[in-house]
Design a protein. Structure first.
Length: 380
């Protein structure tokens, strides 16, 4: 969501305007503030006032799927400005509440831990609302970059270590105090129920077309039973969990050492297998969930091992023996869950994820089924 923070990934060109009235606003109200696509001068002026910027220069950041993001520079200082997607996150004040709560805790108990909390505005808030849109500002981390893909297993280790350190530093924090941003987000039982509803109400042609995938997912129901047993076990606890551990949500330094985790919108109480599971799902295969050629899907065991080693290097002393015994189970849960979600959406005419081509969500589901099968085989 924050996108790639490397200098080379920034757009250097700004959008020009011939509107003379806007030009006056630019000169008189906000000095040298640069006009940026998708944001007019009035909004920029309000944002500049909210964070007490006089002559900020904005450059859009190239990547980022959920929130629009810019780098802001003024007098040798830099920040990261985001316009939040309130369709995905309809209660941005809850996210801000969580981040401010965690920031205060970490500042008190782990002052040396790098936590990317929002910069409060002049009104002492972490978000700024203007004409139905919500904006926030983060500190710019010098010498950092994010990645959209892994080059080697050491990067997987570093990412897992960073996510482990995040949860470890918050193990003593009362997770129940956090707002639940997306109820049932990684609830496998709920996702299977939604899949069953899709079987009842889905498009008849697509139901017939997907009979093999449907049968596989139905035959995998024992994973639901195991998930429910796991969550109810006395040695399993909820902790502060990131819930979106793709590689682009880790900042690396120039030596490819992990610095910190970012994109904290989905931080809420959860099980550690959500974080390890999402890493297994997105790190162990060299191709993504969009890959249509299923024979290209493989499981790189060295990446699996790196995730476990990196995460346990921080969380090993915090997890119960029962939890440690189920660390790989997270991969099964997240792969199965995404297959359920993709196929359910396809059966219901792509209402949630949308589709760039007619069978995209069917392909995604089959991709995740193949990955789950290979991942399970790799564990035997």
């Amino acid at each position: 969501m924050i996108g790639n923070l490397s200098g080379g990934m920034l757009f250097k060109n700004t959008v020009k305007t011939n509107d003379k009235k806007l030009g006056v606003v630019k000169r008189c109200v906000i000095g040298m503030l640069t006009f940026v696509s998708e944001m007019n001068e009035q909004i920029l002026a309000a944002i500049a006032k909210a964070w007490n910027w006089r002559f900020p220069q904005l450059t859009p950041i190239q990547s980022g799927l959920i929130n629009r993001t810019w780098k802001v520079s003024e007098q040798g200082q830099s920040w990261l400005l985001q316009a939040m997607n309130t369709h995905v996150f309809p209660q941005p004040d809850w996210i801000d509440f969580n981040l401010q709560l965690l920031s205060r805790y970490l500042t008190l108990h782990h002052p040396n831990y790098l936590f990317t909390s929002p910069v409060v505005s002049e009104s002492k808030k972490g978000i700024f609302e203007w004409e139905g849109s919500v904006y926030r500002v983060f500190p710019w981390i010098p010498g950092s970059h994010s990645r959209n893909a892994l080059d080697d297993a050491n990067q997987a280790f570093e990412a897992a270590r960073c996510f482990g350190a995040f949860t470890k530093n918050l193990c003593a924090f009362p997770a129940a105090e956090l707002k639940v941003i997306i109820p049932g987000f990684h609830d496998l039982s709920l996702r299977y129920h939604q899949f069953e509803l899709a079987l009842q109400n889905g498009d008849s042609h697509r139901l017939h077309e997907c009979s093999d995938a449907i049968q596989f997912l139905q035959a995998s129901y024992p994973l639901i039973t195991k998930f429910e047993s796991y969550t109810q076990h006395a040695d399993v606890k909820k902790r502060v969990t990131h819930h979106d551990t793709k590689i682009s949500n880790v900042l690396f330094n120039e030596q490819e050492k992990g610095m910190c985790v970012i994109d904290l919108d989905t931080v809420m109480p959860g099980y550690f297998i959500s974080d390890t599971g999402d890493m297994f799902r997105t790190y162990v295969c060299a191709v993504t969930e969009e890959e249509q050629q299923l024979d290209l899907i493989t499981v790189r065991k060295e990446y699996t091992q790196a995730i476990v080693a990196g995460y346990l290097s921080e969380m090993g002393s915090e997890l119960s023996y029962f939890e440690q015994d189920h660390i790989y189970f997270g991969g099964e849960v997240l792969m199965f869950m995404q297959a359920l979600r993709f196929l359910a959406d396809y059966l219901q005419m792509d209402k949630y994820y949308g589709a760039r081509y007619p069978t995209q969500n069917k392909v995604r589901a089959e991709n995740q089924i193949r990955l789950l099968t290979l991942f399970q085989e790799s564990l035997r």
